[in-house]
Write a protein that binds this ligand. Structure first.
Ligand code: FAD
Ligand code: NAD
Length: 484
């Protein structure tokens, strides 16, 4: 907040009195001190000296890129941060000579006309990445179907993200660490709702659009940025979602339900998070959140979330926080931007799983919700699921009675609550994560059971937990930690 206030104060933060200049590599190199520090990100140069004391990662982290191109470093650490908005008052200008940014995978494309276009893959990608998909389209009187041939076996509905805003149509197919993008200005208008089908074993995707008028389309549209290209996953695409409901869960957490636009297809895979974006006093602020399912709330066995139009978030409101009070002030019907999903949890980690152990602290419980739901309904080999849920006080425990009910109903599931600041009435487990608490709890149901331990919470909790798990001889493959 202090940084945002400074950027709005009218103070000259670049030292250039609002002028933008062309920066040569030699010039950039000269600005490599704390009180005179320029950094280039994606061809734009910023004077970050005034920002030093506000950088959450500290000055030393910023100084690693002083006087140089920090694009790679930035992408490694927090590529989701909206630096353009945060640093717009620090913009010095553009690099005069193209800096050594990561390879540009884009190529100009001239015609797209319903012919199978030759995919645009650079030599580097062709060698390192997956095979590039291709696409085609056909039409009936009322429908246009875009068919994408990914030639991949592990494609499912989670891999496909489609948006149609104004007359721009964008489909992103996630293939490992790459995205195949169809991005077009459609030649004709379409109706709001669209549908997506996937033939999983051959990796064929069909996106069905409804024509607004029953005329014959001569062409699908004109190409927009990155159209028909396979690019390393980078940047985040957002769409505006409407707040449908907001309900208190504990004294400081709320369940937010957001509705996707009708012309969006997006499913957040288990264990992955998205970024929510809101303008806060004129600056776009972005924070990560992990969607939950409402399974624990409903008495029915199947999760109701399956219609995929709604995304639920369990969010703790920090009164002195930057983002959550703003989110809490939203009214029903207001909009929040939601990004594409991110994260490295893979469903394949569940294969042949026998014991699943979940260690959650505070809102670190959120990734566990879908994991728990999925594991109990979809893994036939599963014998035991155990959740150890760490909170400060009894009142902080999210969905306590629902978890207790589930443990009563499903004999495979056990839950243990641990409280670090208990009242005298608390007669359950106490304290922070420790060998004493973990060693008994982590016992496998059988000697050689295939086990996965998932851990999520405040960073010191997660780091300490991982150390303890290693001390207790859990291998790297048996631990999944959720971090940013
Ligand atoms: P912040 O401004 O970050 O402040 C948080 C707290 O820290 C406040 O109490 C504030 O007073 C204090 N604080 C801030 N700066 C300082 C400082 N310099 N010194 C001392 N104290 C300070 N959270 C959820 O509730 N639900 C989720 O599903 C969820 N999913 C996440 C997924 C991922 C991958 C990650 C990394 C985090 C997730 N989080 C989740 C946390 C979330 O992203 C935010 O960090 C959280 O909501 C706090 O945001 P804020 O801007 O409101 O608070
Ligand atoms: P909190 O401050 O209420 O603490 C909950 C419990 O965490 C405490 O009772 C304690 O047992 C443990 N804990 C806290 N600090 C600890 C420390 N220094 N050492 C050992 N244990 C400690 O938690 P909260 O405010 O709900 O915060 C939840 C955290 O989880 C946030 O930092 C959030 O960013 C993180 N989170 C991460 C993800 C993800 O996917 N990476 C998802 C959701 C939440």
């Amino acid at each position: 907040m202090d940084w945002i206030r400074l950027t709005k104060s009218g103070k000259d933060l670049t030292g250039l009195k609002g002028r933008l200049i062309e920066v040569t590599e030699e010039e950039l190199k000269k600005h490599n001190k704390k009180d005179d520090c320029w950094i280039c990100i994606r061809g734009l140069v910023y004077n970050v000296s005034p920002y030093m004391e506000y950088h959450p990662g500290g000055e030393d982290e910023l100084m690693k890129a002083a006087g140089s191109d920090g694009t790679d470093l930035f992408d490694q650490v927090h590529r989701w941060v909206n630096y353009e908005s945060m640093l717009k008052e620090c913009l010095v200008g553009r690099m005069a000579i193209k800096p050594a940014v990561p390879k540009d995978y884009r190529e100009e494309k001239k015609v797209v006309n319903g012919m199978l276009p030759k995919s645009q893959v650079t030599d580097a990608l062709a060698k390192e990445g997956p095979r590039s998909p291709s696409y085609d389209w056909f039409q009936t009187d009322s429908l246009v179907t875009i068919v994408i041939y990914t030639k991949q076996k592990d494609i499912n509905l989670d891999s496909v993200i489609v948006d149609h805003q104004d007359d721009s149509f964008r489909a992103e197919i996630i293939i490992k660490d790459y995205s195949y993008i169809i991005h077009l200005g459609l030649s004709h208008e379409i109706q709001e709702d669209l549908s997506v089908r996937v033939v999983e074993n051959v990796g064929k995707i069909e996106i069905v659009l409804k024509k607004k008028e029953n005329t014959s389309w001569k062409r699908l549209g004109h190409p927009l940025e990155n159209h028909d290209s396979l690019v390393p996953k980078k940047g985040l695409h957002y769409r505006k979602c409407q707040l449908i409901s907001k309900e208190g869960v504990t004294h400081d957490t709320k369940l937010f339900c957001l509705m996707l636009p009708p012309s969006t297809h997006l499913q957040v895979p288990i264990g992955q998070h998205v970024y929510l974006k809101l303008p806060i006093t004129g600056t776009e602020i972005v924070k990560p959140y992990t969607p939950v399912s409402d399974f624990l709330l409903s008495e029915v066995k199947e999760p109701v979330i399956l219609n995929n139009k709604y995304i639920y978030f369990l969010i703790k409101i920090y009164p002195a926080g930057l983002f959550t009070p703003e989110l809490d002030h939203l009214q029903i019907g207001d909009f929040v931007s939601v990004s594409n999903p991110e994260g490295n949890f893979k469903i394949s980690q569940f294969q042949e799983l026998e014991d699943l152990i979940l260690l959650a602290a505070g809102t670190g419980f959120t990734p566990m919700v879908k994991i728990l739901t999925y594991a109990l309904t979809n893994i036939p080999s599963l014998r035991k699921v155990k959740l150890m849920f760490f909170n400060k006080t009894e009142d902080d425990i999210i969905w306590r009675s629902q978890l207790e009910k589930l443990a009563f109903k499903d004999k495979r599931f056990d839950v243990e609550f641990v409280v670090s600041a208990p009242t005298s009435e608390w007669n359950g487990k106490r304290g922070h994560i420790s060998p004493a608490l973990l060693s008994e709890f982590l016992k496998r149901s059988l000697d050689k059971s295939k086990v996965l331990v998932c851990i999520c919470g405040p960073t010191p909790f997660t780091e300490q937990g991982i150390r303890l798990l290693h001390d207790l001889n859990f291998s790297k493959d048996e631990i999944h930690s959720f971090t940013a």
